[in-house]
Ligand binder design. Sequence first.
Ligand code: CO8
Length: 257
Amino acid sequence: MSYENIIVETRGKVGLVTLNRPEALNALNKDLIDELSEALSTFDKDEDIGCIVLTGSEKAFAAGADIKAMADNEYVDTYLTDFLANWDDVTRVRKPVIAAVAGFALGGGCELAMMCDFIIAADSARFGQPEIKLGVMPGAGGTQRLTRFVGKSKAMELCLTGRMMDAEEAERSGLVSRIVKAEDLVEDAVATAGKIAEFSMPIVMMTKESVNRSYEVSLSEGVRFERRLFQSMFATTDQKEGMKAFIEKRKPAFKNR
Ligand code: CO8
């Protein structure tokens, strides 16, 4: 498939997807989301790819859903077509997806970043859920995921006032894993992804699955789920190799088995 709204590249074992609608600060429309879903699913199935990075431009990761494209939508049509239903396809990707965010990550852009497994922010990054200013509210997980990341008080304030927070506030409140210089963002995210891609793929995927499980179940169920997965890892060749390599003081050669 050829893409018009995203750029898709591979860097070693890393799949890199760059949102590319510069004329609209990467505002998200149906075509872009369809292309993104296709690209992510292709990388997810590709055995040579171990981790994915999703990024935007220096000015904007994404300034939200495309306001011009949805301004005239009618309720019945949005209901019948289940508008936004496939916008969270990124959460169904089984390999890790890192959001590398510079500039604006607003509305659907902030929601898209939060659907990824973790966020690395450039010092220029600005996050917010400004939908309230448009007479709507977040529609792709903003009220839910932001609350889990930063807690009720800050999520409520951000959603009710529409104010933006800068990278430092986002890091302080737990939304982003760390901040890097804007000029180093993509390189840093790709290097981080490359490091993850060197580990055993099934173990990486199970680790992601287990962390994500913590959002869905009680602590005791989550711990039980984790323990069962941990036990199952002793059925893998990579567990044998990883521990043997440690004892023999050498680098492990994982086989993804
Ligand atoms: N939709 C459409 N076009 C946009 C958007 C957008 N969200 N954001 C910016 N643009 C366009 C502008 O209209 C402008 O185009 P033109 O030159 O043709 O007028 C161009 O991008 C550049 O923008 P600005 O001139 O406004 O640039 P500034 O640097 O002055 O301002 C801002 C940057 C502050 C980011 C400003 O553009 C802005 O406030 N944008 C809107 C932000 C917003 O309200 N986002 C929320 C949208 S609603 C939403 O996301 C609902 C979520 C639904 C679920 C999504 C699931 C993933």
